[in-house]
Design a protein around this ligand. Structure first.
Ligand SMILES: [Zn+2]
Length: 308
C-alpha cells in the first residue's frame, strides 16, 4: 500500500472513503502512480478560520459586522474578535458561525483597521480601510459653566450602555422612534466659543416631534434604564434605555412622559413615552442614540438595512 503525503493538497488518507473520479485523477497525477487505495481529501487547513467583514467600504460611524467561521466543524468555542486594542464578544449566528459588532465613531482615526478573530486554537486576520467622513459642525457660544449633569445620571447611563446580554431581541431594520423631522443628525462636531471640541460628537439623532407626540420602540427589547429628572437626571431629562441584546442598546432623552418601567419587554412600534423638553435642552425634541458595545454609532444603517 502506498500513502501519498502531498502538502497542502492531502492532509490524511482514509481507506474507507470512496474516491470520486476527479479526486482519483488528481491523486494519480499528484502521486505519479496509480494506487489501489481510496484517499479522502480535506481542504487546505492553512487557514483554519475564515473571517468576513461588512460593509466592505466602511466609513466613520459605521457598525462593522464581523463573521468568524471555523473550517473544523467540531470546534464550537465562541471566538473573540479584536479591532485595534479593543476586544468584542461574538455570538453564534448560524452553524459554526459567530458574529461580533465592531463600533466606529467620528473620533476614530480613518485608515487601516486590523480585525482579528481568535478562538479554538485558531486565529484569522483581515484588514479593512476605514474611510474618513465629513460631519457638519456647529459653533456654540456658552457663558458660565453651562448645565452640568449629576454623577448619578452619568453612572446609570454609562452602566446601561455597557450592557451585553446574550439574547438577541431584534430582527431586521429598526423603525424611526418619532415622526418628527430630523433637526440634528448623527456625528455633528462642535466649536465652543471658537474652540474645536475634540471629544464631542452628536451621539444620536434629534427628532423635532411636537411636545407630547409618541415615542415608539424601534425594535423589540428589554427596558433596562428609566431615569427621571426627580432622580437627578438633570442633563438627560426623563430617559428610557432599551437593551436589544448582544451589545446593542438605544436611549431616548428629554421625554415629557414615560410609559414603561425597568424590566418591561417592549415590542417594535410600542409607545414607550412622549417627546418633551426635560433636561438640558432649549426646546422640545427627542434625542435618540444607538450604542453598539458601549459606543454611539450612526443609527442610519440600522434603520435602512438592519443587522443580523
Ligand atoms: Zn441630540
Amino acid at each position: 500500500m502506498f500513502v501519498c503525503w502531498l502538502e497542502p493538497w492531502l492532509q490524511k488518507s482514509d481507506l474507507s472513503t470512496t474516491l470520486n473520479h476527479s479526486l482519483g485523477l488528481m491523486a494519480r497525477l499528484a502521486c505519479g502512480l496509480t494506487m489501489g487505495v481510496a484517499i479522502a481529501f480535506i481542504p487546505n487547513s492553512a487557514i483554519a478560520m475564515q473571517i468576513k467583514v461588512t460593509p466592505t467600504n466602511p466609513k466613520l460611524g459605521d457598525t462593522l459586522r464581523v463573521i468568524a467561521q471555523y473550517d473544523d466543524l467540531s470546534i464550537n468555542a465562541a471566538p473573540q474578535v479584536s479591532a485595534g486594542k479593543q476586544t468584542y464578544q461574538t455570538f453564534l449566528t448560524g452553524s459554526n458561525q459567530f458574529r461580533a459588532f465592531v463600533p466606529t465613531t467620528p473620533l476614530d482615526k480613518p485608515g487601516t483597521l486590523t480585525i482579528r478573530a481568535t478562538g479554538g486554537g485558531e486565529t484569522a486576520e483581515v484588514t479593512v480601510k476605514l474611510a474618513d467622513r465629513k460631519f457638519p459642525t456647529q459653533s456654540i457660544r456658552i457663558s458660565g459653566s453651562g448645565s452640568d449633569g449629576t454623577d448619578r445620571e452619568f453612572d446609570r447611563v454609562d452602566a446601561f450602555k455597557k450592557l451585553v446580554t446574550p439574547e438577541k431581541f431584534w430582527q431586521g431594520g429598526f423603525r424611526r422612534p418619532n415622526q418628527g423631522a430630523i433637526t440634528s443628525g448623527y456625528g455633528i462636531r462642535r466649536y465652543y466659543n471658537g474652540v474645536f471640541a475634540k471629544d464631542y460628537y452628536h451621539r444620536g439623532i434629534d427628532y423635532a416631534g411636537a411636545y407630547g407626540s409618541p415615542v415608539v420602540a424601534p425594535a423589540p427589547g428589554r427596558v433596562s434604564l428609566v431615569g427621571r429628572v426627580s432622580e437627578g437626571f438633570k442633563l438627560h431629562g426623563n430617559t428610557i434605555g432599551i437593551d436589544h441584546g448582544q451589545g446593542v442598546t438605544t436611549i431616548y432623552l428629554h421625554l415629557s412622559r414615560i410609559n414603561v418601567k425597568e424590566g418591561d419587554f417592549v415590542r417594535s412600534g410600542q409607545v414607550i413615552g412622549a417627546v418633551g423638553a426635560t433636561g438640558g435642552v432649549t426646546g422640545p425634541h427627542l434625542h435618540w442614540g444607538l450604542y453598539v458595545n458601549g459606543l454611539s454609532v450612526d443609527p442610519s444603517p440600522w434603520r435602512e438595512v438592519g443587522f443580523e
